[in-house]
Design a protein around this ligand. Structure first.
Ligand SMILES: NC(=O)c1ccc[n+]([C@@H]2O[C@H](COP(=O)([O-])OP(=O)(O)OC[C@H]3O[C@@H](n4cnc5c(N)ncnc54)[C@H](OP(=O)(O)O)[C@@H]3O)[C@@H](O)[C@H]2O)c1
Length: 261
């Protein structure tokens, strides 16, 4: 391990689920990791930072948070820039990796009334999950280390590639992340950009949407491995994107083989 290796990792959507699991894994798997978590909720961030600090292998790691809501289309550019600036200031240096897991599902949880999302719901979800990463195209170079060791990793889902009835409007928007990530890779090179396609991963988000045991079982049955994934398994996919300095513009599937069933 290089004595002065440093990995300043910003996780937008890091207070929960896959983002928090990735922060935890990075702290133990990548030398010199410092973490800034960002999400819209201060209390959740404080709790997540405490959880990371108690699991961190070294007391020297910086582990901190920045509050920021990235779901408003008209203010997003400034909101994301404020998060990047604050992260630079906390790290006292540039960001090496950005993991973008902020977001939700475009459709309401099961049993929560009408299933059809409004255009406002769709706009809010795609502002967070699609426009957010696009905003990094404009801002990334200024706030990140300009090296192929640096990376941006964003998040998509298997339903974009394997639609089921009634979700065309949601996935029609979110599918844009595929070409957006390749565009990011071209615009930001040598900084790399990849995205992870998630199958059902057991997180607070999935538990809200599939609240019964039967719903979880149904999700598991939809994968080749007949299982719902764990957040720490998904975290490995994000680590691959961070670590492999010759991977850019790539789609990484972490779906238990759901795309093959
Ligand atoms: N879990 C799955 O099965 C699955 C499958 C396919 C795709 N995905 C996608 O993968 C990503 C991660 O999912 P997850 O399961 O880890 O979800 P999660 O546990 O709910 O985590 C989502 C994170 O995003 C943050 N967030 C949500 N809205 C935000 C906003 N407006 N501004 C800033 N941060 C915001 C949340 O924090 P706050 O609420 O505190 O803001 C939280 O930290 C999501 O985009 C999700 O749609 C997940």
């Amino acid at each position: 391990m290089a004595p002065n290796a440093r990995n300043n990792v910003l996780l937008v959507g890091g207070s929960s689920g896959v983002g928090l699991a990735t922060a935890k894994l990075a702290l133990t798997a990548l030398p010199g990791t410092n973490i800034v978590l960002s999400s819209s909720n201060k209390e959740r961030l404080e709790k997540a930072v405490q959880e990371l600090k108690s699991a961190a292998p070294s007391e020297e790691s910086i582990i901190d948070f920045v509050v920021g809501d990235v779901s408003n289309i008209s203010t997003q550019f400034n909101d994301v820039e404020a998060i990047l600036k604050a992260a630079n200031s906390i790290f006292n240096g540039k960001i090496d990796h950005i993991i973008w897991t902020a977001g939700s599902f475009p459709h309401p949880p099961q049993g929560d009334g009408p299933k059809e999302p409004s255009n406002d719901d769709l706009l809010s979800v795609s502002t967070t999950r699609l426009f957010g990463p696009l905003t990094l195209t404009h801002l990334g170079k200024k706030y990140m280390t300009n090296s192929r060791k640096s990376s941006i990793t964003t998040s998509s889902g298997v339903l974009v590639y394997r639609p089921r009835p009634g979700i065309a409007r949601g996935i029609g928007l979110l599918g844009g992340l595929d070409s957006a990530t390749r565009g990011l890779a071209v615009d930001l090179a040598p900084i790399r950009a990849n995205f992870v396609v998630l199958g059902p991963i057991k997180t607070p988000l999935l538990e809200k949407f599939a609240s019964s045991e039967a719903a979880m079982k149904h999700m598991a049955e939809g994968s080749l491995l007949k299982a719902v994934g764990e957040a720490d398994e998904a975290a490995e996919a994000y680590l691959a994107s961070m670590r492999c300095s010759y991977m850019t513009g790539s789609r990484i599937d972490c779906d238990g083989g759901a795309l093959l069933v």
